[in-house]
Design a protein around this ligand. Structure first.
Ligand code: BTN
Length: 267
């Protein structure tokens, strides 16, 4: 059996660039956790900002919309970062998009190409899911807010019944980049998240608009959207200032919020 490259705190701290290192308060690496997002949320609020938690395995990894995130040991990446925002909750609608863009850039810097974001923050390669992001924000409607941003990247998914049962097409990074290093990718992901989330806190989404347009895998696509009550069809025409998806149904342009919908491409 091939040896697994375990996560190494010293290696990551030695590799990470200065700009990101200055924003990192604490780096924790655990062998096994229920969920890195949950572990961060259990910390006192004043210890969350700038703290990153990684785990080799999650026993109760959480996905969006109440789903499980299959998190076996043996080669994937599970990472969460805490961040305090002074803004009101309503101004953080684009944060999930910034997290997806940061992850996409880390993958590009690792040598991957061809990956795209499926709004709000799935990363797909050849139409198959490679990463997922779970952004959870708590706080006062008028601010401050505490966000926990969690990223799961399939690097080397060990074969198992649970992996075979994942309810959507997926892929892993080793299939496309056989030499990728987990510690290098963790370092790049931390660099991007620390710098880009901080930029979003200072300047909002404006600095990200152009890269969103480049990485948006849905713009101009026909999609079906399930809202719980109804199923809509239409053409994706972009996002609004709050990060909501703009869907042109032919009758009207609707703004759809990520917590409320699930969506699939129509051929
Ligand atoms: C999704 O696509 O549904 C989101 C998946 C997010 C998974 C990551 S793994 C690290 C962090 N901890 C969790 O429990 N979930 C996120």
């Amino acid at each position: 059996m091939a040896l697994v490259e375990l996560l190494d705190q010293d290696l990551i701290l030695n590799q990470i660039d200065r700009r990101a290192r200055d924003k990192l308060t604490n780096l924790v690496i655990e062998t096994s956790l229920d969920s890195t997002n949950s572990a961060l949320q259990r910390l006192p609020a004043n210890q969350q900002h700038g703290t990153a938690i990684l785990a080799e395995q999650q026993t109760a990894g959480r996905g969006r919309r109440g789903r499980l995130w299959h998190s076996p040991e043996g080669g994937n990446l599970y990472l969460s970062l805490g961040w305090r925002f002074e803004q009101p909750l309503a101004e953080l609608g684009c944060l999930p998009l910034v997290v997806a863009l940061s992850t996409a850039t880390a993958l590009t810097r690792s040598g991957l190409f061809g990956h795209r974001i499926k709004w709000p923050n799935d990363l797909l390669l050849d139409g198959k899911k490679l990463c997922g992001c779970l952004v959870e924000v708590q706080g006062d409607a008028r601010g401050p807010c505490h966000a926990v941003v969690g990223v799961g990247i399939n690097i080397k998914m060990p074969p198992s019944e649970a992996a075979a049962a994942i309810d959507q097409p997926w892929t892993d990074l080793k299939t496309h980049l056989p030499d990728c290093s987990r510690n290098s990718l963790a370092t790049l992901l931390l660099e991007e998240l620390l710098v880009q989330v901080s930029l979003f806190a200072d300047e909002g989404f404006t600095p990200f608009t152009e890269s969103w347009e480049q990485m948006d895998g849905l713009r101009g696509q026909r999609v079906g959207v399930s809202t719980g009550q109804s199923i809509l069809q239409g053409m994706v025409v972009g996002i609004d200032a709050n990060g909501a998806l703009l869907l042109d149904t032919g009758v009207e342009t609707l703004s759809l919020h990520s917590g409320e919908v699930s969506l699939h491409k129509l051929i």
